[in-house]
Design a protein around this ligand. Structure first.
Ligand code: GRF
Length: 203
């Protein structure tokens, strides 16, 4: 599969995907990285890895629709089979989602459907949950609510604060996202009846 990655920031999940895809046996190829922020650290990491980058700066467009049209045009040019959101911090219009639905994966730093949205680690600590983690899911019009492809869990420990919990979950994210993308690319995870089926494989 041809994979495009959308980023906004640091790019550690993007780097995990690029590293995994560098293995000859990996079933997908990273064909390009698109950032909506010119200052995203992810851009330099991708360039160093020899992956083509583009910036579609949301600030350069007068409306959400205009930004989404430019992002869509860039994706049409890359022609990916899969679009991986990796710390991509823009909400997209229903029109954009419709055009790419079923082909977009996202990683979210919580065990969905708990803790949708931002500040997931602080909210997990506040709630006192003992188990936290991350989720790879299909992107649909409703934020962080698309069909779940794979999850990984980590314990919340008594001494945790936001940085320690975030670091534990981030390490899991870096293992989960490549694994979920590989399952998706091999057709081992696929949509059926509104849910992702993995045929008994570790989802
Ligand atoms: C990750 O925790 C991801 O789950 C969330 O935003 C963070 C991005 O980090 N959506 P990075 O840019 O991948 O390092």
């Amino acid at each position: 599969s041809r994979v495009a990655i959308l980023v906004s920031g640091r790019g550690s999940n993007m780097a995990a995907l690029i590293d995994a895809a560098a293995e000859p046996s990996f079933p997908a190829e990273i064909i390009g990285v698109i950032s909506n922020r010119p200052s995203a650290g992810a851009l330099a990491i991708a360039e160093r890895a020899g992956v083509a980058t583009t910036v579609v700066d949301h600030k350069a467009f007068p409306s959400r629709e205009a930004f989404d049209d430019a992002l869509h045009a860039e994706l049409v040019r890359l022609a990916p089979d899969v679009v991986c959101f990796a710390g991509f911090m823009r909400l997209l219009t229903a029109g954009f989602i419709e055009r790419w639905e079923g082909r977009m994966l996202n990683i979210h730093p919580a065990l969905l459907p708990s803790f949708k949205g931002l500040d997931t680690h602080a909210r997990a600590l506040e709630a006192g949950v003992k188990l936290h983690g991350c989720t790879v899911h299909l992107v649909t019009a409703e934020m962080d609510a698309g069909p779940i492809v794979a999850q990984a869990a980590a314990p919340v420990l008594d001494g945790d604060d936001e940085p320690t919990l975030a670091a534990r979950v981030l390490a899991l994210e870096h293992r989960l996202y490549p694994r979920a993308l590989a399952m998706w690319a091999r057709g081992e995870a696929r949509l059926a009846g509104g849910r992702v089926r993995t045929d008994g494989r570790d989802g």
